[in-house]
Design a protein around this ligand. Sequence first.
Ligand code: BJ8
Length: 381
Amino acid sequence: MEPLINDRFISNPNKRILDSIIWERNIGLPVIGVYCAYAPVELIRAMGAVPACLCAFSQRTIDAAETVLPHNLCPLIKSSFGFIISDACPFYGLSQAIIGETTCDGKKKMFELIQHIKPTHIMDLPQKPDEQEAITTWTAMVHKLKAFLEGTFGREIADEDIEREIRQTNRKNRLMNDFFGYMAHYPPLVNWNEMYDVFSLEYVSNADELDGTLQGLAQRLEMRRDNGEYIGDALSPCVLVTGCPIGGDANKVYKVIEEAGGVIVAMEACSGMKRYTLAIEEGTGDPVSSLARAYLKIPCSCMTPNMGRLEALDALIEKFRPHAVVDVVLRACHSYNIESYKIENHVREKHKIPLLKVETDFSESDRAMIRTRVQAVFENL
Ligand code: BJ8
C-alpha cells in the first residue's frame, strides 16, 4: 500500500512544525509555549504570535526530572519538566512566554518550578464547569491572558483579529472532522500513525492550505478504497482509544494494539480528536467571552463532574463503531484513573462493548503485559 503522506512538502510534520516556528521567530513573530488544550490559541494568533506545543512525551528526560520531582508522579509532567531543565525541548527554547493552567495538582506545582525561567502565565481554571460562576471566572481568566500577552509583547489584540482566528479554528475543525469520516469507513482506510501526521498538519497550515492538503489525501484514500486496500482485514477488532493524552514514547499503546491485530479507529484524547470538537460562536460581538464559553466545555478529567467526556465518547462510538475501548491512564494521573470506573460502566452498559483500562508510563517495561491483556480482550470479542 502506498503511504498516505509521501510528499516531501508535508512529510515529517514534526520537523515541519519546528522549521515553521523557527522561520516565524526569525521574522520577528513572538512564540508562545502552551501545554494544554485549555490555552485559547486564537488569542495568541490574533496578536500575530505563534503557539508552540511543548515537548512532554519522552522517557529520556524523566531521569533528569526525578532529580527534582518525585518518582511517583505522572510521566507527562516529569517528561515536560525534564525537557526544560535539560534544555532538550526546542519549542521551549524558542518560546518567549509560557501559558499554563491549573488543571491537575502535579502540573500546577510543576509550573511553580519553571516560572522564573521565562514569563509564565497560569490561567486559573474553574473545575466545576456547570456552576454558574465558572463561566464568569473563566471569562475573566481569558481577559487576564489577553492582558498578559498585550503587556508582555507590547501589542494590542483587536476583537476583529480574534474573530478572524475564531473563524479559522472553526473552519479547520470542520475540515478535520470531515476528514475523520475516512476513519469511520469499514474496513478502515487510515492507520493511527497516518492520522497523527494529519493532526500535525493543522499546526502549520491556515484553513485554505489545510483544505487543499486534506482534499489531496482524501483522493488517495478513495484510491485505497477503490483498490480494496484496507488497514487490517474484516476480522480485525476496531478500537477506540480514550484517556490521558499520548504521543512519543506513550504511542507504544497504539503499537501494541496493532501488534495484537487491532486497528485504531478513533483517538479521543487531547492528543487526538478532542481538540477538533471545539466549536466557538462567531460574530457575538464579544469574542473573548465566546472563547471562554467554548474552552470551558473541553471534557477533561480535571473537571467535576466531567459529563462532557461521556457525551464525547457516545458521539465517537456512534460514528466509528469500535468493537472495544482502551482507556489509557498515565501512572499517577488520579483524575483519569478514578474516572475510568465511570467510563467503563458507561461504555459497557450503554454501548455493550468492553473497555480495557491500561495504566502505563513512557517506559517499555510493561509492553508485553499490555499486549497480553489486549489480546485477551480481542479473543473474547
Ligand atoms: S485538557 S487532558 S491537555 S490537562 S495525564 S498532566 S491530567 S496527571 S494532560 Fe491534559 Fe489539558 Fe486535560 Fe487535555 Fe495531569 Fe493526568 Fe498527567 Fe495530564
